[in-house]
Design a protein around this ligand. Sequence first.
Ligand code: FAD
Length: 593
Amino acid sequence: MPSKRVLIVGGVAGGASCAARLRRLDERAEITVFERGPDVSFANCGLPYYVGGVIQDRQKLLVATPQRFRDWLRVEVRTRHEVQKIDRANRTVEVQDLQTGGTMTEPYDVLVLAPGAVPIRPPLPGIDLPGVFSVRNLEDADRIQAWIGSRHAQRAVVVGGGYIGLEMVENLSRRGLHVTVLELLDQVMPTMDPEMVAPVHAELRGRGVDLQLSNPVAAFEPAGLPSPSGSGVAGEGLTVVARNGRRLTADVVILAVGVRPETRLARESGLEIGSTGGIRVDDRMRTSDPAVYAVGDAVEVRDFVTGRPALSPLAGPANRQGRIAADAICGRDARFRGSQGTCVVGVFDLTLAMTGATEKTLQAAGIPYEKSYTHSPDHAGYYPGAEMMMIKLLYHPEDGRLLGAQAVGAAGVDKRVDVLAMAIQKGATVYDLEEAELCYAPQYGSAKDAVNMAGFVAGNVLRGDVDPVHWTEWKACRRAPTEGRAPTEGLAPTEGRAPAEGGAPAEGGSGGEMPLVVDVRSPAEVAAGAVPGTINIPLPVLRTRLGELPRDKEIWVHCGVGQRSYYAARILKQNGFKVRNLSGGMKTYKMQE
Ligand code: FAD
C-alpha cells in the first residue's frame, strides 16, 4: 500500500530532483514523472557546448535515464507523455501519450509542477522560418547541429545577448561561424550593471563578433527575397533585418531573448499566478492549492535581497526547490530562502559572475546603497599567470550589509562570487569580508584575497577613512553647463586643458564648484593615457607639493586602480584637505567610457 501517490510534471532539473529526494525520504510513495520530451534529467546547461563540439558525446548530457530512475529509485518515468489538464477538484490529471495519441486520467494525492520556462519568440515577421532556432532541450540542440552541418553554415545571427545568447556566440564561433549579435539594449547581460559588462563587449569584438547593441531584430526573410533597395541576396539561408535597417545574411539564427514561465496548466486550473507571471508559491513551494506544489523556472520566487517577487530561471534554484518540495511533501520543515540570482557565464577568455542585487535593482526597489570597485589579481602577483579581476560590491551605507556583488575577469571570478554569494545569504557585512579567512597559496590566491580587498575598500569608506566618489559623478560634472572655470592656479592640467568644461559636481562637490581632480600615477603612466582635465602629482612627491593644492575646494584623487589614490587621500585628509577618492581608478573609468 503506497503512502501517497505523487505525480510530477516535467522531468528535468526541478522535477527530477524532487522525484529523487522524495524516494530517499519515503520508500513507500508511488512516484510518477511525466515528461513531454524524449529525455529526462538532461543537462540543458551543457547544450551550447554540445553545439560547439566541446561536449562531443551526446550521452554525457543525459544525467539520468528513465531506466536508472526505475532501477535506482523505483520512480516511474513516462517520457513523451504530456500532462494536458489538471482537475483539482477530483485530484486527477489528464495525460496524453504523444506517441500513440491516447489519453489517460491519473489520480494524485500530491501534484508537483516542474514544467520549466518557454523561450520567448516575439511575433516578428518570419520568426517561424526554417533556420530560426531557440535552444531549450536536446532536440533543439540536435536540430541546430544538423542544420549547421548539412548546410555548411558560415554565418550566424544570435538575437539577444543574455547568457544563453553569449554561450551560443562563443560556441558558434568555436565552430568557425562568423557571428553577429543583435541586442535590444545598449549592453549584453542585462541582469548586470553596464560598466561590468564593458569588458565583455571588448572581448566579443576582439574575437571578431559583430556586436550590434541597441539594434534589435525587426524581421526575418528568406535570403532570396529582394530587399526594398533591390539588394537581396539570392540563395539559401535567411536575411535578418535589424531595426536600424541593416540586412544581414545568415545561415542560422539563434533566438535567445529570454524565457517566460510555462504556466498554462497552472492558469487553466485556476492556481494563483504572481505579479511577475510565475506560479505563486510559498517558501515550501506550495501553490494556492495545498495538494499542488510547483518548482523551478515556472515559479515566482522572492528576491533574497529586495524581498520583491522575482523570476529566477536558473538551475541551482530549480534543483533546490525540487528538493524542498519533496521535504515539505514528506512533512519536513524545509524552506526556500529566496533567490539571489547567482550566476556565472564564460565568454571566450572572460568570466562574468554576479550574486544578489545590482544597482539597477536596488534603485528600482528604493534601497539605499554604497558601492565600491576593486581590481585585484586572482592569485599572488609574483606567481606566474596572475590575472586581474574587477569586483563591484554593493552594500548598505549604514550597517555595511552586503547587498550584491558582480565580478569580471579571466580567472578566479567564480570562486570570489561564490564566497560573496554565501556571505550575502548569511547576512554578512563588508567588515566580515575583511575578516574572511580564505585559501591562500601563491598559485591560488593572495594573503589578502580579492574578497578581503573588496571588504577593506568598502570598510574604509564606511569607517570614514576615505570618502569615495564615482566616475559617473565626474562625468555628470563634465556634462553640467559650462561656466568656463579654470583649474586651480599654478597647476597645469594633465593634457594642457582646463579640468572640465565647468559646472557643479552632481553630488558632493563643494559649493557647486568643479572639483580639482589629481591623478597620482607616475608621469609615464599619465603620458600613456589620462582622464581629460585632470592634473598630475605623482604619489611619491605629493607630500612635498601640498602647498600647491587648494584648501578651500574639494580635491578628487585617482590612480590606476584606486590603491595609490587611497594612500593619497589619506595623506591629504590628514593634512586638512577636503578630498575624495575616485573609486576603482583609471581601470574603472575606462569601463564606463
Ligand atoms: P526544465 O529543466 O526546463 O524542465 C522542464 C521540463 O518540463 C521540460 O523538459 C518540459 O518538456 C517538461 N514539461 C513542460 N510541460 C510539460 C507537460 N505539460 N507535461 C509533461 N512535461 C512537461 N542555468 C544555470 O543555472 N546555469 C547555466 O549555465 C544554465 N545554462 C542553460 C543553458 C541553456 C541552453 C538553457 C536552455 C538553460 C540553461 N540554464 C542554466 C537554465 C536551467 O537549465 C533552468 O533554470 C532549469 O533547467 C530549470 O529547471 P526546471 O525543472 O524548472 O525546468
